[in-house]
Design a protein around this ligand. Sequence first.
Ligand SMILES: [Zn+2]
Length: 323
Amino acid sequence: MNLSAAHYDSIMREYDNQRLENMHALNERTQKVYDRFPEIRQIDEQISDLAKAYASSFTSEGHMSFEEYKDKLSDLRMEKEALLKCCRIAPETLALQYRCPDCQDTGYIDNEKCHCFRQRIIDEMYQQSNLREILKAENFSTLSYEYYDKENLEKMQVAIETCKKFTENFDKTFENILLCGTVGIGKTFLSNCIAKEILDQGHSVLYLSAFQLFDLMAKNSFSGNTPKEDSVAKQYPHIFESDLLIIDDLGTELANSFTMAGFFLVINERILRKKSTLISTNLSPEEILTTYTERTASRIISNYTMLKLSGSDIRLKKKLGGF
Ligand SMILES: [Zn+2]
């Protein structure tokens, strides 16, 4: 991972702050519950007193056995559970809640970086921190068919079903998607829907426009004309290794021998590593085949599911307020 020590420290501080925030949130929730239901506070106090009594009994006469402590604690807990039910308070209200329950907002599981940490590094390195915000608004649950007429609607429905299956089978099968269609018919929206699902599953997602992708590779290229696999892998490992790479707007980059070679390198390496890629483009499948090299075209034909969307510009329709 190519992350500076300062960046690493700043991410770790975020985790520390998140845990503090979780504590504050819990204290606030608890206080509200106590204010409304003093009997819950009382039982919590009894639980805490019991623990103190057990601890101090070691140094005083009348030692409380562990069994006795356990039994008493279990009784109190059952009593509390019944009380919470009676007051209609979900037990998790009085427990810590985590942004990432897998690592409990520590960033690590058994000394290994948690998926949330790995994704955080990608967000930092490739400046895609705003992705989460976008995905809150653009995901399968906010998808609308309102702006499609009948024929285009059917195509869109097929595309959505295919994309949903892609996310559902992400762990089981190696699949790639090529989303083709003109500007403003929902390709980026659909890419975002997929990104959200895959991130929610705990996988890493790197989202780059074709322009950004080739720009990164060009910055990294020391040899001039051809991007080198090992130097890209060293400098920007996630281009090859992220669980899902989304290349948005293929075809808008400057077409030259460098980008041709770079594009082949990326899709070929990812196929070899069995890492899924989603490409969205305004080019038609035929144009892709003629724009890029033959070996690139052949990789795409044999490894990608092509989805062709059609229709008129939805963004324009939305602006005009419908049809
Ligand atoms: Zn985590």
